[in-house]
Write a new protein. Structure first.
Length: 397
């Protein structure tokens, strides 16, 4: 009986041996893909993927990731456009919160309650805005009539210069001017749409002020509450990345405001010396344009040169252009490296792409927020990568 038991076990073994041998023989002849698993198609795609060159596999993976990222950004952009008043209010609130955070901290060091410190900070912001607006209006309201006359004289001089220098007759120039006027009149905004836009702007401004108060008052407690809901090894990474992103936004907002103020003061003084009318409003335009890197300063300088050309002639316009270029060169090569921190600075190509993309997605508001968003995202990604590299190094060693 004991001799039969191995024989009983040998039966199945001998029956499976030809199958194994057949499989090995088949494998030696190069027909291994005809196994049962491959015949059902379970490993076919994997083998086809493994058979591709590594360059093709990497290109497919990176292309898929890029498509997903672009689709996500496009979807977020479309949602932001649909909710434009809310998106603008949130962006302005976060930017102003980062800008006014040092003021809040100074008030808190005086042992003021959080609500009172936040309220005083918001009132300080409103006082500055109202004061600057009233000052600009009082100093320049009387210059608009004078500027209108000087613009008419400047246009006449420009017309004479064009007709005497270029092969263009008076009739052709009048025709071009009439076509431009028709185009402007045809594209004039609808009064109903204008009223709706004005109401949206006012509503966004009020919402931004209310949100600004609450973020100044409870912003840190909100962030700590968010971190308390996170567990595991990702919590320190998120905390460090959030802190780095907030510091970057604060440094960008304060540095941009300082550089824009210096540009406005420099160009405004040049306009006053050259006796260009409306020097203060042009300086204010320069200040606002400074928040849009590269493009904003260029547009503001072009407006100043055009006003100088129309009001005082080509000589003053050339001197204004020289002053604008000099101030921008000093700002770009000397002030920006000193004021902006290293982690905030971006390559000019990245800035141009970000501003262009923001303008295409959300217009002027997108141009304002595109660069700080790019700077914050880059800082957060860099912080996460450095944190992971430092945590992986001991494990590998």
């Amino acid at each position: 009986m004991t001799a039969d038991e191995p024989g009983a076990d040998a039966g199945p073994t001998s029956s499976t041996a030809p199958t194994t041998g057949t499989a090995q023989a088949t494998g030696t002849t190069g027909t291994t893909p005809t196994t049962g698993a491959t015949a059902t198609g379970e490993t076919g795609p994997r083998q086809a993927w493994a058979a591709l060159p590594w360059l093709v596999r990497n290109a497919v993976l990176w292309s898929a990731c890029l498509v997903v990222i672009i689709a996500g950004l496009y979807l977020l952009g479309r949602i932001a456009v649909l909710l434009a008043p809310l998106a603008i209010a949130l962006a302005a609130t976060i930017f102003l919160t980062a800008l006014l955070d040092p003021v809040l901290l100074r008030l808190r060091r005086l042992r003021l309650p959080a609500a009172l410190a936040a309220l005083l900070t918001v009132l300080l912001l409103l006082g500055i805005l109202v004061g600057v607006g009233a000052l600009v209006w009082n100093l320049t309201a009387s210059q608009f009539d004078q500027l209108s006359q000087e613009l008419t004289q400047g246009l006449d001089r420009s017309r004479d210069f064009v007709t005497s220098t270029l092969p263009v007759s008076d009739a052709q120039l009048d025709k071009l001017i009439d076509q431009a006027r028709e185009g402007l009149s045809g594209s004039s905004p609808d009064p109903v749409a204008g009223a709706r836009t004005a109401s949206e702007v006012v509503g966004s401004a009020l919402l931004a002020l209310v949100l600004l108060f609450f973020l100044l008052k409870d912003g840190r407690s909100m962030w700590h509450w968010t971190l308390s809901r996170m567990t595991g090894p990702n919590r320190p990474v998120v905390a460090e990345a959030g802190r780095a992103g907030w510091q970057t936004l604060g440094a960008y907002s304060r540095g941009t405001m300082l550089i824009a103020a210096i540009d406005a003061i420099g160009i405004g003084l040049a306009l006053v010396v050259l006796r260009v009318p409306l020097a203060l409003p042009l300086a204010l335009i320069t200040f606002l344009g400074g928040f849009i890197p590269i493009i904003g300063a260029t547009v503001a300088g072009a407006v100043a040169v055009l006003v100088a050309l129309a009001a005082n002639g080509p000589t003053t316009a050339l001197l204004t252009l020289a002053a604008v270029v000099a101030v921008q060169q000093i700002e770009g090569n000397l002030l920006e490296p000193l004021v902006m921190k290293r982690q905030v600075r971006l390559h000019p190509a990245v800035i141009l792409v970000a501003v262009t993309a923001g303008t295409l997605i959300a217009g002027i508001a997108g141009a304002f927020v595109s660069v700080p968003i790019t700077a914050v995202l880059w800082r957060v990604i860099d912080t996460v990568q450095r944190r992971r590299s430092t945590t992986d190094t001991p494990a590998r060693s």
